[in-house]
Design a protein around this ligand. Sequence first.
Ligand code: AMP
Ligand code: MG
Length: 397
Amino acid sequence: MGTFTFEQARDCVLKKVSEVRPTPGVEEVALLEAAGRMLAEPLRADRDYPPFSRSARDGFAIRAADIPGQLQVIGEVRAGQAFTGQVNPGEAVEIMTGAPLPPGADSVVMVEHATRTGDRVQIDRTLTPGENVSPKGSEARQDEVLLSPGRRLGFADVALLATVGCSRVTVFRKPQVAILATGDEIVDVSQQPLEYQIRNSNTQSLAVQVMRAGGCPNILPVARDNYASTRELVENGLRSDLLLLSGGVSAGKYDIVERVLADLGAEFFFDRVLIQPGQPLVFGKAQGKFFFGLPGNPASTMVTFEIFARAGVELLAGQTDSLLPLLWTRLTREFRQKTGLTRFLPAIVSNDGAEVTPMTWQGSGDVPAIARANAFLVTTPDRETWAAGDWIQALIK
Ligand code: AMP
Ligand code: MG
């Protein structure tokens, strides 16, 4: 079966999921609930934007041809009002930011550049016609498509929805993502583990990552490391839109996830990726559903979700494309690795994003280190050493 490089594996996930992605069902939600959801219908401008030629400054609405010179102030217009008269040659109207430009005027001179004495105003500079004015329809035309379906709605999109008067928004339904942790040593968070047992943290991190990606987590009971338990729960998980497994995909005697999936008729696209952490990652399709067999070490589970499974969830959620938030930054110290793998190592990126410091950690089980990190340093597989100050990429957490 297939061993892929990081890029090959990511391309494979994007390609396979995009290929068959069914259009999700839709639902209507209130404006604020639409944040983080995927828009399901094109959003159109209900009128021109700006709806009127709008002053961008506090100052005087004038005719550019009249200045420099002294003008007669014939009135005032504030935001939320319209000036009823007309600006004729030699005249000016005092205007506030956001107010409509009075008929006859073509520009706004800033209040800082005007000297007013009674009902006269002296302006000593020139303006190009249109200066400090946002013309009607210059931002968008009535009926123009402002956002397309598949757009994940952020704060600016919510502002745009509000601007055009959408208090209810049609979004795609969230895909159901089954989360199935495996392992005889795993106990529930609320349980007191024996010395050789560990609490189930993967289900929790995955649930948070799924929600962040726009999916709805469907948490299954932990599968024990035997065929019957694993098979029953995998069959259950394949009823969701996507199945995420953690653990049981390494080469150990009790790693039976792949066998169970194969018996359920799975097609495996790859079962090893040249990355660290997370090398034994499995991706495939069974009974019409995609699944990811994520390695059980917590760092592996978190990293492989971020770099592969997140794209799967986002595409199934109706998002048009899925991006990795990679940043080019510079190492604060020298860094070495053995060649052959693309590594995703816990790191701290400075507040300004300019620098990255790799953390010392104890390997893929080191949850405290991953929690302290704000990014993962991303290495290229063919390079052995980096000096302090060298450029390198980081994946923001
Ligand atoms: P596995 O991939 O099943 O070989 O597990 C690799 C390591 O990850 C082992 O040390 C497991 O105990 C640990 N592990 C597996 N599943 C979980 C989980 N759900 N939560 C926390 N650690 C886990
Ligand atoms: Mg295990």
